[in-house]
Design a protein around this ligand. Structure first.
Ligand code: AMP
Length: 246
């Protein structure tokens, strides 16, 4: 169709709409169609220690991950102080406040998927038995966006049970076409973090960090484990808990 034919029709319809005073849209509809309010990608890193959101904050999208929550190990604070001193010339290391072992990557769920996703996780995870995890070395990790570097304690025993958890969670993720966990998972408890990708300079000091950690382990061999009784899912600001079999 030629635009010359279409234009008068459009103008007519447009003038029909504009000749009447517009009623305000109900707030719920305004939110649905107002892109500024719907897709707020603005982020102020100064409000959260310089961290940049890896996923834009978007209405209807819920940033989600499944993890094992961890209480602070008794000597963690002291260990981290020593690590901070050793890394002083390279990085400003901060403690990780929400200690956890990740069992999925951070994924984005649409709001209407939350309940079915949580049901699916609950159904599959309830078959898993409780288990113990121990840590035996230090490693350095970087997030996908290369905006944060983490110092982690890597899991030695308990990795098999973690792999079983990953397998069932990967099944849940695939039901929702979400990405599986890392092909080559390195299970760890991040204890400190810093801004940017500092994997390279920190890696050169990992052997020294590891020597310190081994000294801590020798001094208190029974302190470096976690008894895993539950798994959690955080989606947006909601938390779901799944108890493992006793
Ligand atoms: P987390 O403490 O579990 O949040 O992990 C810290 C970062 O390690 C995450 O941002 C992951 O992307 C990153 N990471 C990099 N490589 C791996 C891996 N092979 N296994 C697990 N996490 C990894």
């Amino acid at each position: 169709m030629k635009p010359t034919i279409l234009r008068p029709v459009f103008c007519e319809a447009h003038s029909l709409f504009t000749s009447y005073p517009r009623l305000p849209l109900p707030p719920a509809l305004r939110l649905l169609y107002n892109k500024d309010e719907q897709e707020r990608t603005d982020d102020d890193p100064s409000l959260h220690e310089g961290r940049v959101r890896s996923f834009p904050h978007e209405r209807g999208n819920w940033v989600t991950f499944v993890y094992i929550p961890c209480d602070p190990l008794p000597l963690l604070h002291t260990l981290l102080e020593v690590f901070c001193n050793l890394l002083e010339s390279i990085a400003v290391l901060k403690p990780v406040s929400d200690l956890h072992i990740s069992l999925t990557q951070t994924v984005v769920l649409r709001h209407h998927w939350i309940d079915p996703f949580v049901d699916s996780v609950s159904e599959k995870v309830k078959e898993l038995p409780r288990f113990r995890i121990t840590f035996d070395s230090v490693n350095v990790y970087c997030n996908e966006a290369k905006t944060r570097t983490f110092i982690g304690l890597t899991v030695s025993s308990g990795a098999d049970a973690l792999m079983s958890a990953i397998r069932v969670l990967d099944e849940c993720l695939s039901e929702f076409k979400l990405p599986a966990f890392y092909e080559d998972p390195s299970f760890h408890l991040s204890i400190g973090w810093c801004l940017g990708d500092l994997t390279e300079p920190i890696s050169t000091l990992v052997p020294q960090l590891d020597v310190v950690f081994q000294q801590f382990r020798q001094a208190q061999p029974d302190k470096w484990h976690i008894d895993v009784e539950k798994i959690m899912c955080k989606t947006g600001n909601k938390y779901f808990t799944f108890q493992l079999q006793s």
